[in-house]
Design a protein around this ligand. Sequence first.
Ligand code: V47
Length: 367
Amino acid sequence: MMFKDTRLEPVWEKVRQEIRITPEEALSLYGTSDLLGLGKIANSIKEKRTGDRATFVVNRQINPTNLCVLSCKFCDFASKKGRPNAYALSIKEILSKCSEDLREVHIVGGLHHEWSFEDYLAIVREIHAHFPMIQIKAYTAVEIDYFAKREKCSVKEILIRLKEAGLVCLPGGGAEVFSERVRKALFPFKIGAPRWLEIHRTAHELGIRSNSTLLYGHMETLQERVEHMNKLRALQDETGGFLSFIPLAYQTGKTNIIQRPASAVDDLKTMAVSRIFLDNFDHIKSYWVTLGEETASLALAFGADDLDGTVMEERIMHAADAPSPVGMAKERLERLIRSAGRVPVERNALYNTVEGGFETRPYLVPA
Ligand code: V47
């Protein structure tokens, strides 16, 4: 492989020999002017793992409530009691959003001041009872922490009860960026890195897989992004329980934290750096909701192997004025994947393919 920026050569050599790169090398990749060279390295890793395929899932996001006891400065979604946009869905309303064609429901929402853990648990139990064919991905580590504190019990107990009710994996939200500096400035009352990682470690120990995210493009530094990925890589070395990494481009909304969203160059670099750095992650997700369709499609040549899903009713990013659609028909997702020169493959929440094709490696619960 030839590079315009010869500084990419040592990284390419390591990738070829399957030697992991250091955080310093990951940080230096952000400094390259050879965007396409960086993309080629990430793409070679992606293609070695999953060839020309790109997966997607027929899923639906359900945000049961936007009422939230937290007041994170970066969030446009959360609301308070009495505000005109505040809402809380009933179980009946939630069930009416589910249908048998779904392979996954993705449930995340606010920390409701009046709901008990039993209320949140009932959502999982009822969906599972009525739609046993749908895999349920529900509640971020932030919610799990809230349930454990409200119930005065351990995270392990909460997760066991959720698993019994039908939960198969945790979404990756709530991680934001693992930086105490940013946490103090933007989300001081939300859990930090140690608790987020502890909750995911506990989930993995119980055989509950999970995703991971990085919220970027606000006030974090590039070094903080890499430190974040480094913490995820270390936990993945321990447990192997993460299914995917999802870089979430911050939607500027009305919070006035930053005036402009990250550039497409930054989006693609972040995608590529994560694919190269996170050598122990099977999947890197290009989330079209935050990237927009064009960048999300380009990202499939910069290391991403998955375009997430039909989503149907996205509320969190759209509360922050995300310009992407709120959902996408399956056919449109497939077209988007084909337009990127990839072969669309439908998957479920656990990344098993729906019709033949490849299987993800089996996950063994650590002893
Ligand atoms: O934790 C909040 C982020 C996350 C904004 O696991 C914002 O498969 C951008 O985690 N602009 C929730 N991001 C969403 C999430 C997610 C999404 C898709 C798939 C999966 C998965 C997980 O959204 C929050 C926060 O980091 N967020 N506000 C915003 N204005």
